[in-house]
Design a protein around this ligand. Sequence first.
Ligand SMILES: [Fe+2]
Length: 522
Amino acid sequence: MNILGISAYYHDSSACLFQDGKLVFACEEEKFTGVKHDSRFPVNTIEYIKQHYTDKFDLICYYEKPSLKLLRAFKHNWKSIPRILYTNIKLWFELKKISKNIFYSTHHDSHLMYSYYSSPYNDATLVSIDGVGEEETLKVVEAKNGKFTTKTTITYPHSLGLLYSAITAYLGFKPNEGEYKVMGLASYGDPSEYKGKFRKLLCYRKGLQVNMKYFTWDESNKVMFNHKLIKLLGDNRLPNEPITQRHKDIAASLQWIYEKALFHFLNEHPGENLCLSGGCAYNGTANGKIKENTSYKNIWIPTSPSDAGSCIGACLNYLKVRIPDNPFLGPEYDLEFCNSKPLDINTVAKELNKGKVVGWYEGKIEFGARALGHRSILANPTLPGMQDRINALIKKREMFRPFAPMVLKSAQNVYFESNDYVPYMNQVVKVKEEYRSQLPAVTHVDGTARIQTVHDKKSKIFKLLKSFETQSKFPILLNTSFNIKDKTMVLTPEDAFKTFTETDMDILVINNKMYYKNDKID
Ligand SMILES: [Fe+2]
Protein backbone atom coordinates (compact mmCIF):
# COMPACT_ATOMS: atom_id res chain seq x y z
CA MET A 1 0.00 0.00 0.00
CA ASN A 2 1.40 3.40 -1.02
CA ILE A 3 0.53 6.33 1.23
CA LEU A 4 1.55 9.85 0.31
CA GLY A 5 1.81 12.28 3.24
CA ILE A 6 1.49 15.99 2.46
CA SER A 7 1.93 19.22 4.41
CA ALA A 8 1.32 22.46 2.51
CA TYR A 9 0.09 26.05 2.34
CA TYR A 10 1.29 27.44 5.65
CA HIS A 11 5.07 27.22 5.76
CA ASP A 12 7.59 24.45 5.10
CA SER A 13 5.59 22.31 2.66
CA SER A 14 6.71 18.72 2.42
CA ALA A 15 5.77 15.25 1.24
CA CYS A 16 6.64 11.71 2.29
CA LEU A 17 5.97 8.18 1.14
CA PHE A 18 5.05 5.13 3.19
CA GLN A 19 5.17 1.79 1.36
CA ASP A 20 3.51 -1.14 3.16
CA GLY A 21 3.68 0.70 6.46
CA LYS A 22 7.34 1.71 6.13
CA LEU A 23 8.59 5.27 5.73
CA VAL A 24 10.81 5.27 2.62
CA PHE A 25 11.11 8.94 1.67
CA ALA A 26 10.50 12.45 3.07
CA CYS A 27 11.60 15.88 1.90
CA GLU A 28 10.65 19.53 2.16
CA GLU A 29 9.67 21.36 -1.01
CA GLU A 30 12.20 24.15 -0.25
CA LYS A 31 15.07 21.73 -0.88
CA PHE A 32 13.94 21.39 -4.51
CA THR A 33 12.89 24.99 -5.16
CA GLY A 34 15.52 26.86 -3.14
CA VAL A 35 12.78 29.07 -1.69
CA LYS A 36 13.24 29.12 2.10
CA HIS A 37 10.19 27.83 3.98
CA ASP A 38 8.42 27.30 0.66
CA SER A 39 4.72 26.93 1.45
CA ARG A 40 3.49 26.04 -2.04
CA PHE A 41 1.96 22.66 -2.81
CA PRO A 42 4.97 20.29 -2.93
CA VAL A 43 4.79 19.45 -6.64
CA ASN A 44 8.55 18.94 -7.04
CA THR A 45 8.78 16.61 -4.04
CA ILE A 46 5.81 14.58 -5.28
CA GLU A 47 7.34 14.46 -8.78
CA TYR A 48 10.55 13.03 -7.31
CA ILE A 49 8.52 10.36 -5.51
CA LYS A 50 6.69 9.52 -8.74
CA GLN A 51 9.92 9.21 -10.70
CA HIS A 52 11.87 7.18 -8.13
CA TYR A 53 9.27 5.17 -6.19
CA THR A 54 5.68 5.04 -7.50
CA ASP A 55 3.05 7.17 -9.19
CA LYS A 56 0.12 5.20 -7.75
CA PHE A 57 -1.09 6.27 -4.34
CA ASP A 58 -3.76 4.32 -2.46
CA LEU A 59 -4.23 7.11 0.06
CA ILE A 60 -3.15 10.66 0.79
CA CYS A 61 -2.73 11.71 4.42
CA TYR A 62 -3.00 15.47 4.71
CA TYR A 63 -1.57 17.14 7.80
CA GLU A 64 -4.56 19.21 8.92
CA LYS A 65 -8.27 19.81 8.41
CA PRO A 66 -8.83 22.71 5.97
CA SER A 67 -12.51 23.04 6.94
CA LEU A 68 -11.59 23.76 10.58
CA LYS A 69 -9.11 26.40 9.45
CA LEU A 70 -11.91 28.12 7.59
CA LEU A 71 -14.06 27.92 10.70
CA ARG A 72 -11.31 29.71 12.64
CA ALA A 73 -11.37 32.51 10.09
CA PHE A 74 -15.14 32.85 10.51
CA LYS A 75 -14.71 33.06 14.27
CA HIS A 76 -11.68 35.35 14.51
CA ASN A 77 -10.54 36.99 11.31
CA TRP A 78 -13.05 37.67 8.56
CA LYS A 79 -10.41 39.31 6.40
CA SER A 80 -8.64 35.98 5.91
CA ILE A 81 -11.77 34.10 4.74
CA PRO A 82 -11.28 34.70 0.97
CA ARG A 83 -7.63 33.60 1.14
CA ILE A 84 -8.35 30.45 3.16
CA LEU A 85 -11.37 29.56 1.04
CA TYR A 86 -9.36 29.95 -2.17
CA THR A 87 -6.51 27.84 -0.74
CA ASN A 88 -8.91 25.12 0.41
CA ILE A 89 -10.54 24.84 -3.01
CA LYS A 90 -7.16 24.76 -4.76
CA LEU A 91 -5.93 22.14 -2.31
CA TRP A 92 -8.99 19.94 -2.82
CA PHE A 93 -8.41 19.86 -6.60
CA GLU A 94 -4.70 19.18 -6.17
CA LEU A 95 -5.29 16.29 -3.79
CA LYS A 96 -8.06 14.75 -5.89
CA LYS A 97 -5.75 14.78 -8.94
CA ILE A 98 -3.42 12.45 -7.03
CA SER A 99 -5.82 10.10 -5.25
CA LYS A 100 -9.53 9.90 -4.51
CA ASN A 101 -8.86 8.64 -0.98
CA ILE A 102 -7.85 11.36 1.45
CA PHE A 103 -7.39 11.17 5.21
CA TYR A 104 -7.30 14.54 6.93
CA SER A 105 -5.42 14.45 10.23
CA THR A 106 -5.64 17.41 12.60
CA HIS A 107 -2.72 19.82 12.80
CA HIS A 108 -1.62 19.13 16.37
CA ASP A 109 -2.32 15.39 16.19
CA SER A 110 0.05 15.25 13.19
CA HIS A 111 2.73 16.94 15.33
CA LEU A 112 2.05 14.70 18.33
CA MET A 113 1.89 11.40 16.44
CA TYR A 114 5.15 12.14 14.61
CA SER A 115 6.98 12.80 17.86
CA TYR A 116 5.39 9.79 19.61
CA TYR A 117 5.84 7.15 16.91
CA SER A 118 9.41 8.22 16.17
CA SER A 119 10.29 8.10 19.89
CA PRO A 120 11.62 5.13 21.86
CA TYR A 121 8.84 5.38 24.52
CA ASN A 122 5.59 3.45 24.98
CA ASP A 123 4.26 5.70 27.75
CA ALA A 124 4.98 9.42 27.48
CA THR A 125 3.57 12.94 27.70
CA LEU A 126 3.15 14.38 24.22
CA VAL A 127 3.36 18.16 23.96
CA SER A 128 2.90 20.20 20.81
CA ILE A 129 3.42 23.98 20.70
CA ASP A 130 3.34 26.18 17.61
CA GLY A 131 1.87 29.36 16.14
CA VAL A 132 -1.52 27.90 15.29
CA GLY A 133 -2.99 24.77 13.73
CA GLU A 134 -6.67 24.77 12.88
CA GLU A 135 -7.58 26.49 16.15
CA GLU A 136 -5.29 24.84 18.69
CA THR A 137 -1.93 26.40 19.46
CA LEU A 138 -0.79 24.03 22.21
CA LYS A 139 -1.85 20.48 23.04
CA VAL A 140 -0.84 18.09 25.80
CA VAL A 141 -1.74 14.40 25.44
CA GLU A 142 -0.91 11.51 27.70
CA ALA A 143 0.08 8.25 25.98
CA LYS A 144 -0.42 5.35 28.38
CA ASN A 145 -0.94 1.64 27.74
CA GLY A 146 -1.57 2.32 24.06
CA LYS A 147 -4.26 4.95 24.75
CA PHE A 148 -4.11 8.68 24.08
CA THR A 149 -5.84 11.07 26.48
CA THR A 150 -5.98 14.82 25.83
CA LYS A 151 -5.01 16.74 28.96
CA THR A 152 -4.82 20.38 27.84
CA THR A 153 -5.46 22.46 24.75
CA ILE A 154 -4.89 26.18 24.25
CA THR A 155 -6.70 27.80 21.37
CA TYR A 156 -6.24 30.78 19.06
CA PRO A 157 -5.61 33.68 19.41
CA HIS A 158 -3.69 32.70 22.55
CA SER A 159 -0.42 31.28 21.27
CA LEU A 160 3.13 31.02 22.52
CA GLY A 161 4.37 30.52 18.96
CA LEU A 162 2.64 33.66 17.68
CA LEU A 163 3.90 35.64 20.68
CA TYR A 164 7.47 34.57 19.79
CA SER A 165 6.88 35.44 16.12
CA ALA A 166 5.35 38.83 16.96
CA ILE A 167 8.36 39.88 19.06
CA THR A 168 10.60 38.48 16.31
CA ALA A 169 8.83 40.89 13.93
CA TYR A 170 9.10 43.71 16.51
CA LEU A 171 12.88 43.11 16.59
CA GLY A 172 13.07 43.52 12.80
CA PHE A 173 13.35 39.85 11.79
CA LYS A 174 11.02 37.84 9.58
CA PRO A 175 8.42 35.78 11.48
CA ASN A 176 8.59 32.00 10.87
CA GLU A 177 12.25 32.40 9.97
CA GLY A 178 13.94 34.92 12.26
CA GLU A 179 13.04 33.13 15.51
CA TYR A 180 16.44 31.35 15.45
CA LYS A 181 18.15 34.71 15.24
CA VAL A 182 16.18 36.05 18.21
CA MET A 183 17.10 32.93 20.19
CA GLY A 184 20.80 33.49 19.36
CA LEU A 185 20.51 37.19 20.23
CA ALA A 186 18.87 36.40 23.58
CA SER A 187 22.17 35.03 24.94
CA TYR A 188 23.70 38.50 24.68
CA GLY A 189 20.88 40.14 26.63
CA ASP A 190 19.73 40.56 30.20
CA PRO A 191 16.01 40.00 30.74
CA SER A 192 15.80 41.75 34.13
CA GLU A 193 14.83 45.22 32.88
CA TYR A 194 11.96 44.02 30.66
CA LYS A 195 10.63 41.13 32.77
CA GLY A 196 7.87 43.27 34.33
CA LYS A 197 6.76 44.50 30.92
CA PHE A 198 6.76 41.00 29.43
CA ARG A 199 4.66 39.76 32.36
CA LYS A 200 1.90 42.04 31.03
CA LEU A 201 1.88 40.13 27.74
CA LEU A 202 0.90 36.76 29.14
CA CYS A 203 -1.10 35.20 31.98
CA TYR A 204 -2.20 31.67 32.88
CA ARG A 205 -5.94 32.28 33.24
CA LYS A 206 -7.90 29.50 31.45
CA GLY A 207 -4.64 27.71 30.68
CA LEU A 208 -2.87 30.53 28.88
CA GLN A 209 -3.94 33.93 27.66
CA VAL A 210 -1.94 36.37 25.58
CA ASN A 211 -2.88 39.99 26.26
CA MET A 212 -4.28 40.80 22.81
CA LYS A 213 -4.36 44.50 23.69
CA TYR A 214 -0.77 44.56 22.33
CA PHE A 215 -1.14 42.27 19.30
CA THR A 216 -3.02 42.19 16.02
CA TRP A 217 -2.45 38.72 14.53
CA ASP A 218 -6.15 37.94 15.03
CA GLU A 219 -7.28 40.86 12.89
CA SER A 220 -4.49 41.54 10.40
CA ASN A 221 -2.71 39.30 7.91
CA LYS A 222 0.29 41.63 7.74
CA VAL A 223 1.08 43.18 11.12
CA MET A 224 1.42 41.20 14.35
CA PHE A 225 1.69 43.98 16.98
CA ASN A 226 0.33 47.49 17.51
CA HIS A 227 1.32 50.90 18.90
CA LYS A 228 0.51 49.77 22.46
CA LEU A 229 3.39 47.28 22.30
CA ILE A 230 5.65 50.09 21.03
CA LYS A 231 4.47 52.24 23.96
CA LEU A 232 5.30 49.39 26.33
CA LEU A 233 8.70 48.32 24.94
CA GLY A 234 9.84 51.37 22.95
CA ASP A 235 10.31 51.74 19.20
CA ASN A 236 10.44 48.56 17.19
CA ARG A 237 13.61 47.82 15.19
CA LEU A 238 13.47 48.04 11.40
CA PRO A 239 15.26 45.23 9.47
CA ASN A 240 18.33 47.25 8.50
CA GLU A 241 18.78 49.15 11.73
CA PRO A 242 21.70 48.26 13.99
CA ILE A 243 21.11 45.83 16.83
CA THR A 244 21.52 47.53 20.19
CA GLN A 245 21.77 46.22 23.77
CA ARG A 246 18.06 47.09 24.21
CA HIS A 247 17.15 44.69 21.37
CA LYS A 248 19.29 41.99 22.97
CA ASP A 249 17.58 42.54 26.33
CA ILE A 250 14.15 42.30 24.71
CA ALA A 251 15.17 39.05 22.96
CA ALA A 252 16.37 37.71 26.33
CA SER A 253 13.06 38.69 27.95
CA LEU A 254 11.10 36.92 25.23
CA GLN A 255 13.19 33.79 25.67
CA TRP A 256 12.66 34.04 29.44
CA ILE A 257 8.87 34.29 29.18
CA TYR A 258 8.71 31.45 26.65
CA GLU A 259 10.75 29.17 28.91
CA LYS A 260 8.63 30.09 31.91
CA ALA A 261 5.46 29.16 30.01
CA LEU A 262 6.94 25.92 28.66
CA PHE A 263 7.99 24.77 32.14
CA HIS A 264 4.59 25.85 33.51
CA PHE A 265 2.78 23.45 31.17
CA LEU A 266 5.28 20.64 31.67
CA ASN A 267 4.99 20.98 35.46
CA GLU A 268 1.21 20.91 35.20
CA HIS A 269 1.61 17.51 33.56
CA PRO A 270 4.59 15.89 35.24
CA GLY A 271 6.06 12.67 33.90
CA GLU A 272 9.24 10.87 32.97
CA ASN A 273 9.21 10.66 29.16
CA LEU A 274 8.47 13.72 27.05
CA CYS A 275 7.82 13.87 23.29
CA LEU A 276 7.97 17.48 22.16
CA SER A 277 6.85 18.80 18.78
CA GLY A 278 5.47 21.83 16.92
CA GLY A 279 7.58 24.71 15.60
CA CYS A 280 8.46 25.83 19.14
CA ALA A 281 10.28 22.51 19.66
CA TYR A 282 13.11 24.07 17.61
CA ASN A 283 13.82 26.30 20.62
CA GLY A 284 16.94 24.40 21.69
CA THR A 285 17.78 26.86 24.47
CA ALA A 286 14.50 26.12 26.27
CA ASN A 287 14.73 22.38 25.47
CA GLY A 288 18.15 22.19 27.11
CA LYS A 289 16.70 23.48 30.39
CA ILE A 290 13.68 21.15 30.61
CA LYS A 291 15.37 18.53 32.78
CA GLU A 292 16.52 20.97 35.44
CA ASN A 293 13.14 22.71 35.60
CA THR A 294 10.68 19.79 35.39
CA SER A 295 10.27 16.15 36.38
CA TYR A 296 11.13 14.88 32.88
CA LYS A 297 14.11 12.55 32.62
CA ASN A 298 13.96 11.68 28.92
CA ILE A 299 13.20 14.08 26.07
CA TRP A 300 12.49 13.14 22.48
CA ILE A 301 12.17 15.69 19.69
CA PRO A 302 11.97 14.37 16.12
CA THR A 303 14.26 15.58 13.36
CA SER A 304 11.61 17.90 11.89
CA PRO A 305 9.17 18.89 14.66
CA SER A 306 7.56 21.79 12.76
CA ASP A 307 4.94 21.59 10.00
CA ALA A 308 7.32 19.93 7.52
CA GLY A 309 7.44 16.84 9.75
CA SER A 310 3.66 16.75 9.84
CA CYS A 311 3.47 15.03 6.44
CA ILE A 312 4.92 12.05 8.31
CA GLY A 313 2.76 12.76 11.39
CA ALA A 314 -0.44 12.68 9.32
CA CYS A 315 0.47 9.21 7.97
CA LEU A 316 1.37 8.01 11.48
CA ASN A 317 -1.97 9.27 12.80
CA TYR A 318 -3.58 6.97 10.23
CA LEU A 319 -1.20 3.98 10.40
CA LYS A 320 -0.29 4.03 14.12
CA VAL A 321 3.09 2.37 13.49
CA ARG A 322 6.57 3.12 14.79
CA ILE A 323 9.22 4.54 12.48
CA PRO A 324 12.97 4.12 12.87
CA ASP A 325 15.27 6.86 14.07
CA ASN A 326 16.68 7.97 10.70
CA PRO A 327 16.77 11.56 9.43
CA PHE A 328 18.34 10.72 6.04
CA LEU A 329 15.14 10.37 4.03
CA GLY A 330 15.50 12.72 1.06
CA PRO A 331 16.88 12.47 -2.47
CA GLU A 332 20.40 11.26 -3.20
CA TYR A 333 22.56 12.01 -6.21
CA ASP A 334 26.06 11.30 -7.38
CA LEU A 335 28.28 13.03 -9.87
CA GLU A 336 31.84 12.34 -10.86
CA PHE A 337 33.94 15.44 -11.44
CA CYS A 338 37.24 15.13 -13.30
CA ASN A 339 40.45 15.42 -11.30
CA SER A 340 38.85 14.06 -8.17
CA LYS A 341 40.70 12.04 -5.59
CA PRO A 342 39.25 9.06 -3.70
CA LEU A 343 37.98 10.16 -0.31
CA ASP A 344 40.54 9.56 2.43
CA ILE A 345 38.91 10.29 5.77
CA ASN A 346 42.25 10.55 7.59
CA THR A 347 43.48 13.16 5.12
CA VAL A 348 40.29 15.19 5.60
CA ALA A 349 40.74 14.96 9.40
CA LYS A 350 44.34 16.16 9.10
CA GLU A 351 43.32 19.08 6.90
CA LEU A 352 40.51 20.00 9.31
CA ASN A 353 43.02 19.98 12.13
CA LYS A 354 45.23 22.36 10.17
CA GLY A 355 42.28 24.78 9.90
CA LYS A 356 40.86 23.88 6.51
CA VAL A 357 37.10 24.21 6.03
CA VAL A 358 35.35 21.25 4.40
CA GLY A 359 32.09 21.03 2.47
CA TRP A 360 30.79 17.56 3.28
CA TYR A 361 28.17 16.06 0.94
CA GLU A 362 26.99 12.51 1.54
CA GLY A 363 24.09 10.32 0.32
CA LYS A 364 20.49 11.18 1.13
CA ILE A 365 19.72 14.72 2.25
CA GLU A 366 18.51 15.27 5.82
CA PHE A 367 14.80 15.74 6.52
CA GLY A 368 14.37 18.78 8.79
CA ALA A 369 16.07 22.12 9.21
CA ARG A 370 19.39 20.80 10.53
CA ALA A 371 22.40 19.50 8.66
CA LEU A 372 23.43 16.32 10.44
CA GLY A 373 26.43 15.23 8.42
CA HIS A 374 25.02 14.72 4.92
CA ARG A 375 24.93 18.37 3.80
CA SER A 376 27.35 19.99 6.26
CA ILE A 377 30.18 22.50 6.38
CA LEU A 378 32.77 21.18 8.85
CA ALA A 379 35.62 22.91 10.62
CA ASN A 380 38.00 22.67 13.57
CA PRO A 381 36.14 23.97 16.68
CA THR A 382 39.32 24.53 18.68
CA LEU A 383 40.65 27.36 16.52
CA PRO A 384 40.01 30.93 17.64
CA GLY A 385 38.75 32.96 14.70
CA MET A 386 37.13 30.00 12.97
CA GLN A 387 33.62 31.19 13.85
CA ASP A 388 34.34 34.63 12.37
CA ARG A 389 35.91 33.13 9.25
CA ILE A 390 32.92 30.91 8.53
CA ASN A 391 30.42 33.64 9.38
CA ALA A 392 32.08 36.30 7.30
CA LEU A 393 33.36 34.40 4.28
CA ILE A 394 31.20 31.31 3.95
CA LYS A 395 27.82 31.64 5.63
CA LYS A 396 27.76 35.42 5.22
CA ARG A 397 25.32 35.72 8.08
CA GLU A 398 24.93 37.71 11.30
CA MET A 399 28.03 37.54 13.50
CA PHE A 400 25.99 36.91 16.66
CA ARG A 401 24.68 33.56 15.47
CA PRO A 402 26.55 30.63 17.03
CA PHE A 403 27.80 27.47 15.33
CA ALA A 404 27.05 24.04 16.67
CA PRO A 405 29.32 21.12 17.54
CA MET A 406 28.85 17.48 16.55
CA VAL A 407 30.37 15.13 19.10
CA LEU A 408 30.85 11.38 19.44
CA LYS A 409 28.16 10.15 21.85
CA SER A 410 30.77 8.26 23.90
CA ALA A 411 32.64 11.53 24.65
CA GLN A 412 29.63 13.82 25.05
CA ASN A 413 29.71 14.09 28.83
CA VAL A 414 33.45 14.68 28.89
CA TYR A 415 32.98 18.06 27.19
CA PHE A 416 29.33 18.96 27.80
CA GLU A 417 27.03 18.95 30.82
CA SER A 418 24.63 16.56 29.16
CA ASN A 419 24.24 12.87 28.73
CA ASP A 420 21.07 12.97 26.64
CA TYR A 421 20.55 11.37 23.29
CA VAL A 422 20.55 14.45 21.03
CA PRO A 423 21.02 13.24 17.45
CA TYR A 424 19.06 16.13 15.88
CA MET A 425 20.75 19.17 17.38
CA ASN A 426 17.71 20.32 19.32
CA GLN A 427 19.12 21.01 22.78
CA VAL A 428 21.42 23.80 23.87
CA VAL A 429 23.55 22.57 26.78
CA LYS A 430 26.42 23.92 28.87
CA VAL A 431 29.97 23.39 27.66
CA LYS A 432 32.04 22.27 30.65
CA GLU A 433 33.84 25.25 32.12
CA GLU A 434 37.32 23.84 31.52
CA TYR A 435 36.68 23.29 27.79
CA ARG A 436 35.00 26.58 26.90
CA SER A 437 38.22 28.33 25.97
CA GLN A 438 39.43 25.22 24.11
CA LEU A 439 36.30 25.08 21.94
CA PRO A 440 35.92 28.76 21.02
CA ALA A 441 34.30 28.24 17.62
CA VAL A 442 31.30 26.34 19.02
CA THR A 443 30.92 27.83 22.51
CA HIS A 444 28.29 30.55 22.59
CA VAL A 445 28.80 33.77 24.54
CA ASP A 446 26.88 32.30 27.51
CA GLY A 447 29.02 29.13 27.66
CA THR A 448 26.50 26.90 25.87
CA ALA A 449 26.42 24.88 22.65
CA ARG A 450 23.69 23.29 20.53
CA ILE A 451 25.05 19.78 20.37
CA GLN A 452 24.51 16.91 17.95
CA THR A 453 25.50 13.51 19.31
CA VAL A 454 26.84 11.06 16.72
CA HIS A 455 26.15 7.37 17.32
CA ASP A 456 26.24 5.39 14.10
CA LYS A 457 29.63 3.68 14.03
CA LYS A 458 29.20 2.74 10.37
CA SER A 459 28.67 6.31 9.21
CA LYS A 460 31.47 8.25 7.55
CA ILE A 461 30.91 11.18 9.86
CA PHE A 462 31.54 8.91 12.88
CA LYS A 463 34.80 7.75 11.29
CA LEU A 464 35.77 11.33 10.53
CA LEU A 465 35.16 12.38 14.16
CA LYS A 466 37.25 9.41 15.35
CA SER A 467 40.07 10.34 13.01
CA PHE A 468 39.86 14.02 14.01
CA GLU A 469 40.15 12.90 17.64
CA THR A 470 43.48 11.21 16.93
CA GLN A 471 44.68 14.43 15.31
CA SER A 472 43.38 17.00 17.78
CA LYS A 473 42.36 15.02 20.92
CA PHE A 474 38.81 16.34 20.42
CA PRO A 475 36.09 14.06 18.92
CA ILE A 476 34.20 17.24 18.05
CA LEU A 477 33.69 19.20 14.83
CA LEU A 478 31.99 22.47 14.07
CA ASN A 479 28.99 21.56 11.91
CA THR A 480 26.81 24.01 10.04
CA SER A 481 24.46 23.47 7.13
CA PHE A 482 25.91 23.44 3.61
CA ASN A 483 24.47 26.72 2.33
CA ILE A 484 25.10 30.43 2.42
CA LYS A 485 22.95 33.09 4.07
CA ASP A 486 19.29 33.07 3.05
CA LYS A 487 19.77 30.04 0.76
CA THR A 488 18.47 26.54 1.35
CA MET A 489 20.73 23.57 1.99
CA VAL A 490 22.47 22.29 -1.16
CA LEU A 491 20.57 19.42 -2.76
CA THR A 492 22.67 18.13 -5.65
CA PRO A 493 26.44 17.78 -6.15
CA GLU A 494 26.20 20.61 -8.68
CA ASP A 495 24.66 22.87 -5.99
CA ALA A 496 27.42 21.82 -3.59
CA PHE A 497 30.13 22.55 -6.14
CA LYS A 498 28.65 25.99 -6.94
CA THR A 499 28.54 26.95 -3.24
CA PHE A 500 32.05 25.55 -2.78
CA THR A 501 33.46 27.72 -5.56
CA GLU A 502 31.58 30.84 -4.48
CA THR A 503 32.78 30.69 -0.86
CA ASP A 504 35.95 30.37 1.13
CA MET A 505 35.85 26.60 1.64
CA ASP A 506 39.06 24.64 1.10
CA ILE A 507 37.98 21.05 0.43
CA LEU A 508 34.83 19.54 -1.03
CA VAL A 509 33.81 15.96 -0.31
CA ILE A 510 31.11 14.46 -2.50
CA ASN A 511 30.22 10.93 -1.47
CA ASN A 512 33.42 8.93 -2.02
CA LYS A 513 35.42 11.65 -3.75
CA MET A 514 37.28 14.73 -2.54
CA TYR A 515 38.52 17.91 -4.20
CA TYR A 516 40.83 20.68 -3.10
CA LYS A 517 39.97 24.27 -3.92
CA ASN A 518 42.88 24.61 -6.25
CA ASP A 519 42.22 21.37 -8.13
CA LYS A 520 41.12 22.01 -11.64
CA ILE A 521 37.58 20.64 -11.73
CA ASP A 522 35.64 20.13 -14.96
FE1 LIG B 1 2.34 23.48 13.40
